[in-house]
Ligand binder design. Structure first.
Ligand code: NAD
Length: 359
């Protein structure tokens, strides 16, 4: 550890959130849970209902824009607005862009101009920053960088189970993966998306989800097909993995690997009666994180089977929350606070558990 890193370990990183929606409000809570970072402000585009949450949490509220009339609209609705994005940028070390996908490029220009480090979400392309991130795949590659993108919820899910598997195989060779992503139609809070009575294939083959994994791990060959189905609560992946010859693995060895992998839950569906995503989300609500979130990827033990050189499995992804702890580790990477991804993951997850009173 350099003396610079040693100093950083004792500093509290000032974090701003641009876009306090589904992902933004969750990242803000997760930052608030940590003792090496703090929220210095969150933005809303206008005085909509999310402002009440920011106020109740004590997060300083800023306007996404610098226009005076847009800033004034907050006080007209009874909210104290501390200013526009420029003022927030002058008061933070790093900004987490949680705006809707594809508006990041315009925001990125503002962050660079202000000299502030930035983290984007999976709705942006890898090419925006030229860097992408998941905790287990490439934490060190992002160490000290100016900006990165935490990959999407689906890609984060793929990374959680596939990267440790490929790492375990080491010199025996790399895996080759086909995944079918069965995607939720809309988040629970969305009323404008669908389908509500159809199964809708993504008519771009392969879909972008699988290949996006290669932005964080270039060794895994992967393709994917995607379909949207009328559910709001989770994505489900049906995954087929071709292992290299002489892999030496068994179904049990793979299950034990995932049981020891951070942010992966392995449970037997038939024994526990968790036979669908509905029961997985009920389990999540029992765990007790806010919003009923499930940061872990859920793997059905009895849905895993290794036959010859081919591994088959299902996993479920809570789309609104699996990327949340990843954002915290990404802050530690960019800020140069912690080199070891496993130490960061442990710190992130135990602080979040303590924050919500989870034993
Ligand atoms: P959201 O619509 O719930 O929230 C976006 C917020 O940003 C809203 O409060 C909106 O008012 C605000 N906003 C609008 N324009 C803005 C601008 N120009 N600058 C800053 N903020 C602006 O969206 P979300 O679901 O939280 O998604 C945010 C990002 O996270 C996207 O890139 C998305 O692809 C990604 N993501 C979403 C999910 C998910 O399931 N919701 C999962 C993983 C990643």
């Amino acid at each position: 550890m350099s003396s610079y890193e040693g100093t950083l370990k004792h500093m509290v990183t000032r974090v701003a959130i641009n876009g306090f929606g589904t992902i933004g409000k969750r990242v803000a809570d997760a930052v608030d849970a940590q003792n090496d970072m703090k929220i210095v402000g969150v933005t809303k585009t206008r005085p909509s209902f999310g402002c009440d949450l920011a106020v109740s949490k004590g997060f300083p509220l800023y306007c996404t824009y610098d226009d005076q009339d847009k800033i004034d609209a907050f006080s007209e609705s009874g909210y104290e607005c501390k200013g526009g994005l420029s003022e927030l940028l002058s008061n933070c070390d790093i900004i987490i862009d949680c705006s809707p996908g594809k508006v990041g490029a315009e925001n990125f220009t503002k962050y660079k101009k202000a000299g502030v480090k930035s983290i984007f979400q999976g709705g942006e392309k890898h090419s925006l920053t030229g860097k992408s991130y998941t905790s287990s795949a490439n934490h060190l590659e992002n160490f000290g960088e100016e900006s990165t993108r935490v990959v999407s919820c689906n890609t984060t899910g793929l990374s959680r189970t596939l990267v440790p598997l490929n790492d375990l195989l080491g010199s025996k060779g790399n895996i080759s993966v086909n995944s079918v992503m069965i995607r939720r139609a809309a988040d629970p809070g969305d009323s404008s998306k669908g389908p509500i009575n159809a199964i809708k294939p993504v008519l771009k083959v392969p879909s972008h989800h699988g290949p996006d994994l290669m932005t964080v791990n270039q060794d895994i060959k992967i393709t994917s097909l995607a379909v949207a189905v009328p559910t709001t609560i989770m994505h489900l992946h049906a995954i087929t993995v071709e292992l290299p010859a002489e892999h030496g693995l068994t179904t049990d060895k793979v299950l034990n690997l995932w049981r020891d992998t951070p942010r992966v839950i392995v449970m037997n569906g038939n024994k526990t009666n968790i036979t669908s995503t509905a029961e997985v989300m009920e389990l999540a609500r029992d765990i007790g994180r806010k919003w009923g979130d499930l940061h872990e990827i859920f793997v059905w033990e009895d849905g895993v089977s290794l036959i010859d050189d081919t591994l088959y499995y299902f996993q479920a992804i809570h789309q609104e929350s699996d990327v949340i702890p990843e954002n915290i580790d990404a802050i530690r990477a960019l800020m140069g606070i912690e080199r070891d991804w496993k130490i960061s993951v442990e710190k992130t997850d135990s602080a979040i558990s303590a924050y919500y009173g989870i034993i």
